[in-house]
Design a protein around this ligand. Structure first.
Ligand code: AKG
Length: 270
């Protein structure tokens, strides 16, 4: 069965800079994935302490690797980026129940260092991401406009690494909320302006966030790693990572720690 996007879906993405919702996982699968993720959190000392380790779980766990290579996610991405695709990183945006954490208006292209901007994010809900949970909100068409200057606020409740915020006046009245049911995903372009509000629900809002790029994309900030998930890599711009042999194995832990530290450096480097 093909999971490629239709011509109409591709047009919508190209026009708006995002596409939502798309079904991915069944309820059984999503329950199992949430359990695997929450087991990981417990294994590493609980929710707070596991935060520093949760990036790139596909380098540490088979289930993580299976997710980032899942045809139901990767094929729609190839419809947008072409047949040769890398996973650059796997992140988590989690808002605990009844929580003031938020994400300010920003553009990912401003600080990732990836160029050209043939880069897309698959944002996958592992819990309900309905209107009360602070789902993703996008400004349609903003990926076709300018790259805005962002100010680093380091605000306590801002989930972004530096609290980066676009301070210019934006057409916020156009902002489009994309609530998702558990198991659904949205796709967004690396230049699309987006934000999200606080979680006013009684459950965690768990976003599993996968960043994909075409193989011709370069990291302009230094040497970086990525995982080939579709087609072939004829460019060699990234050191390619492999599926972990042993779940949480010693070698895997070292490889993972190294990749995560390096990615942190890339994101924080100006
Ligand atoms: O999940 C969120 O609230 C924000 C995620 C985000 O900014 C992103 O995926 O680029």
């Amino acid at each position: 069965m093909s999971h490629q996007l239709s011509a109409e879906q591709i047009d919508t993405y190209q026009r708006d800079g995002f596409l939502s919702p798309l079904p991915v996982f069944t309820q059984d699968e999503v329950r199992q994935l949430r359990k695997q993720f929450e087991d990981f959190e417990q294994r590493f000392g609980g929710v707070e302490r596991a935060v520093s380790r949760r990036t790139d779980l596909h380098l540490l766990t088979g289930w993580g690797y299976d997710v980032v290579t899942d045809a139901r996610i990767v094929e729609p991405v190839t419809s947008l980026l072409g047949p040769d695709v890398l996973l650059w990183s796997m992140n988590w945006f989690i808002k605990e129940p009844d929580n003031t954490k938020f994400v300010s208006f920003h553009q990912d292209a401003n600080y990732w260092g990836l160029e050209p901007h043939d880069v897309a994010t698959a944002w996958i809900a592992l819990s309900d991401a309905g209107a009360r949970t602070g789902p993703m909100e996008f400004i349609p068409g903003s990926h076709r406009g300018e790259l805005y200057e962002q100010h680093n606020t380091f605000e306590k409740d801002n989930l972004l690494s530096r609290g980066q915020t676009i301070e210019a006046a934006l057409p916020t009245e156009d902002c489009f909320m994309t609530p998702l049911a558990a198991g659904e995903m949205s796709l967004h372009h690396v230049r699309t302006i987006h934000r999200s509000g606080p979680n006013k629900s009684s459950d965690r809002r768990i976003g599993m966030v996968l960043r994909y790029c075409a193989t011709h994309v370069r990291q302009t900030k230094g040497a970086d790693t990525a995982t080939l998930v579709a087609g072939e890599d004829q460019f060699g711009h990234f050191r390619l990572m492999q599926r972990p042999n042993v779940e949480y194995g010693e070698d895997e832990m070292a490889i993972h720690a190294d990749a995560v530290a390096n990615q942190g450096k890339m994101i924080m480097r100006d």
